[in-house]
Ligand binder design. Structure first.
Ligand SMILES: [Zn+2]
Ligand SMILES: [Zn+2]
Length: 304
């Protein structure tokens, strides 16, 4: 986790053959600094994968992608919302997937699924490489049945513990409609709600949980960890590995599994997004024309 919290989110997943940034919600400078701390340069990235268009997930991408023409993987509505919000208008390297699709980026198979959150088409991910898998869900109001099923297969789970319910209710700075939005079925998971989701996954393959996207004012790592730890103790799983990612520093590196050594052999799946070079200019301009005619969506910077 390069950084995680209500003010900015980004994570790096990597195998020997592939490096993917999930979201780019820190400044480009911070993204580059934190990648460097992980021994990765932006040139080495195979792409940026987006969960949704809120500012705390995309704010560094405009500058980062102006410097490095990274492929951006997201669904069409998210791309449209970002471009209509005035960001990444000059960016040409979009790789659009349908929500629910499964595709490969090098040797990582990416499963996408919808999550309930107040963005145009927000998604969660399950990443499979070798025999191991990582689940990634931040920014969701509740866990759907389908999402829970997908996540039963993962060994490591990144999940948001956005707020402590009492701290949110008693927060003097947030107006009531904002509190209502955060608590709604299209808002964010509280510590208690996230603990319940984790509880439902204990019958699966899960062996490590990383908490993230904590609210700056309405949560603390101690409260989030404490709530989840209590649940794990109740379920006789007190020995499960548990971490809390923070906004201001890169988390430890979590090793989820090992992939086969040696050169990677591209499969048909991995060329799914490749655009023929001759036609790429035309495709690019068709794509941006389509975006120019689209209507302006909701405010992208708003998130808690
Ligand atoms: Zn967010
Ligand atoms: Zn959001």
């Amino acid at each position: 986790m390069l950084g995680s919290g209500s003010a900015g989110n980004s994570a790096l997943i990597a195998t020997d053959h592939c490096k993917i940034l999930i979201d780019g919600g820190l400044s480009a400078r911070q993204l580059m600094l934190r990648l460097e701390q992980c021994g990765v340069t932006p040139h080495q990235l195979d792409g940026v994968l987006l969960t949704h268009e809120h500012g705390d997930h995309i704010c560094g991408l405009e500058v980062l992608c102006r410097k490095f023409a990274l492929p951006i993987y997201c669904n069409a509505l998210t791309a449209e919302a970002i471009r209509c919000g005035g960001s990444l208008n000059g960016h040409r390297n979009w790789r659009i997937f349908h929500t629910g699709a499964e595709f490969a980026i090098c040797d990582i198979v990416v499963q996408t699924f919808p999550v309930p959150h107040d963005a145009v088409d927000p998604v969660g991910f399950a990443f499979h490489a070798g025999t191991r898998a990582l689940g990634f869900i931040t920014d969701l109001g509740y866990a759907t049945k389908m999402l829970t099923q997908r996540l039963r297969e993962v060994h490591t789970l990144v999940i948001e513990t956005n707020h402590d319910e009492k701290l949110l209710q008693n927060d003097p700075h947030r107006p009531w409609p904002v509190k209502q939005r955060i608590q709604s079925r299209h808002g964010h998971l509280s510590n208690a709600a996230a603990a319940m989701v984790i509880g439902e996954l204990l019958a699966g393959k899960i062996e490590r949980v990383v908490l993230g996207h904590l609210s700056r004012d309405c949560n603390t790592p101690e409260l989030a960890l404490g709530t989840v730890r209590l649940l794990l103790e109740k379920c006789d799983k007190a020995d499960m590995e548990l971490h809390c990612a923070t906004q201001f520093e890169v988390s430890p590196r979590f090793c989820i599994g090992a992939t086969r050594p040696g050169p990677f052999q591209p499969t048909f799946d991995s060329i799914f997004f490749k655009v023929p070079t001759v036609a790429s200019d035309k495709l690019g301009s068709d794509f941006s024309n389509r975006f120019r005619s689209a209507t302006l969506p909701r405010d992208q910077s708003r998130d808690e």
